[in-house]
Ligand binder design. Structure first.
Ligand code: PMV
Length: 329
């Protein structure tokens, strides 16, 4: 429903923050219709610690975008603004976004980035969007960004493909240890990779149907806080997605040697009785999700692997939010 046009206040800086999320039941592939709809449902956890902070001001000329203080021509940001302007009256904006973690390297910087951007624009331009509308607008820029509007455990599925919060961040407080194994941007962006997989992998139809069942089971395991079952399911969804990627033509291999070593170490720790499981997105970083009491042991084991540059730990975090609206002098 189009909203009444509202002009932004020219003298205000609006600051919003959002965190990345990592999917435990993955999405990979898009529906064949406009609006950037995922082809599969997904289930994620929103992290804290890793943060995108985005400031929005009115621009004097055209739109300007800075990422980590560098001016950028980012097609996805331009497309996001263009899509918002088809629905709302938004003046030229100066956007300054900063991540406290590596960008475009499989740490979901686009999820936190677009969730923070949509949230900041909503407040700056007084659009008064609901969380569902924020999620729908974020999804159009990046499928996983729809989930970072919410905190804790988050689901995204039909019929409307906006995310919803399943459990708040304090209800089942898991910890995620992230092993950084490379800091450069990935070679094949997610959207391109998804297009290649849908067009070429012989496994794609099975991926779509089986992920619907994974999603149903994932919701049940989260609602019953069944760690062991969630661990098996999340690793299965992750390996199935990477099998799909690898079976595409050209084959998409987002891992490096340290990624595989981390996976093996996490499996060994779990076989030894530690409540921990791994997941890996479209990049070489490994996320080890565990009960908080074993996080130090997990971090130590991952940090000792050759090729692991550093580890970071995050608990479950909140959804995207406005931090401040500051009037300029
Ligand atoms: O948010 P996108 O459209 O760049 O896709 C992200 C896809 C994965 O991170 C690999 C899986 C997921 O569900 O987040």
């Amino acid at each position: 429903m189009p909203q009444a046009p509202v002009q932004a206040k020219a003298t205000t800086t609006t600051v919003a923050e959002a965190h990345p999320n990592i999917a435990l039941v993955k999405y990979w592939g898009k529906q064949n219709r406009p609006g950037n709809y995922p082809a599969t449902p997904s289930l994620s956890i929103t992290l804290d610690t890793l943060t995108t902070r985005t400031e929005v001001n009115d621009a004097t000329g055209g739109d300007e975008f800075f990422l980590d203080d560098e001016p950028k021509n980012d097609n996805k940001v331009s497309a996001c603004l263009a899509a918002l302007r088809t629905r709302y009256d938004i003046p030229p904006l100066c956007i300054r976004s900063a991540n406290n973690f590596p960008t475009a390297a499989g740490l979901a910087s686009s999820a936190s980035g677009f969730a923070a951007l949509v949230c900041a624009i909503d407040a700056h331009c007084e659009l008064n969007l609901s969380k569902a509308e924020l999620s729908a607008n974020a999804r159009q820029a990046s499928g996983s960004a729809a989930r970072s509007i919410f905190g804790g455990f988050v689901a995204m599925s039909e019929p409307d493909w906006t995310a919803t919060e399943l459990l708040g961040p304090d209800v089942w407080p898991l910890t995620t240890v992230i092993a950084i194994t490379a800091t450069q941007a990935k070679l094949t962006p997610s959207s391109e990779g998804m297009r290649i997989s849908a067009a070429t992998s012989p496994f794609y139809p099975a991926w779509i149907t089986s992920t619907e069942e994974d999603f149903r089971q994932g919701i049940a395991h989260v609602m019953s806080q069944d760690f062991a079952s969630l661990a098996e399911l999340a690793e299965h969804s992750c390996l199935k997605m990477h099998g799909l990627m690898m079976s595409s033509q050209p084959g998409l291999v987002y891992w490096n040697a340290a990624t595989l070593e981390c996976i093996q170490v996490v499996r060994t720790l779990r076989a030894d009785g530690l409540p921990v499981f791994f997941t890996v997105d479209a990049g070489p970083q490994v996320k080890a999700v565990c009960q908080p009491e074993v996080a130090t042991i997990v971090a130590k084991a991952l940090a000792a692997i050759p090729g692991v540059l550093r580890t970071m730990a995050a608990r479950l975090g909140d959804g995207a939010r406005v931090l401040a609206q500051v009037a300029e002098r």
